[in-house]
Design a protein around this ligand. Structure first.
Ligand SMILES: [Zn+2]
Ligand SMILES: [Zn+2]
Length: 159
């Protein structure tokens, strides 16, 4: 039994359903390590991001509203913002699209499919590129955001 719409699941192509009753202990511990009170909503956000990888605030809301009846989009925003401030989640800024969020991990880049819009991690070291950019400009570079755009395997083969 799964509470999510077929549309949502097909977009994310999950093999298993997201199970709201799954063990939350690890997320509780991890939230506390980041000085965050482990409320049920925050542990649910952590589970959803762990399961789906990258989600927008609206997608998180769609996923969690069945479980938390009083949930609002504003509550998700509030929680995501504090989880971001405490470096538990990271914002992934996408060109011409709303940001998605992920569990914070080591620095990496992203692949985005221009057909299905899904986002994948690409573990790629940007230090070289940042060093080159610094050399070629008088700019004090603070961060770099690299999103590769193209077609994923599934969309490539569907053409
Ligand atoms: Zn695709
Ligand atoms: Zn990522």
């Amino acid at each position: 039994m799964c509470g999510f719409s077929p549309h949502f699941l097909s977009r994310y192509n999950k093999k298993e359903c997201y199970n709201p009753d799954m063990e939350t202990y690890n997320y509780i511990e991890k939230l506390r390590e980041h000085r965050l009170k482990a409320t049920p909503q925050r542990t649910a956000i952590a589970e959803a991001l762990d399961t789906y990888g990258h989600l927008s605030v609206e997608e998180l809301y769609e996923l969690l509203k069945r479980r938390f009846h009083s949930l609002s989009l504003a509550t998700i925003y509030k929680n995501i913002n504090i989880m971001k401030e405490n470096e538990f989640v990271a914002e992934v800024k996408l060109p011409e699209q709303k940001s998605v969020f992920e569990l914070k991990k080591e620095a990496h880049s992203h692949l985005q499919c221009r057909s299905c819009n899904r986002v994948w991690d690409l573990m790629l070291d940007l230090d070289d590129i940042i060093a080159q950019a610094s050399k070629k400009s008088a700019f004090a570079i603070e961060e770099a955001n690299l999103v590769f755009s193209g077609l994923c395997d599934r969309c490539k083969n569907a053409q």
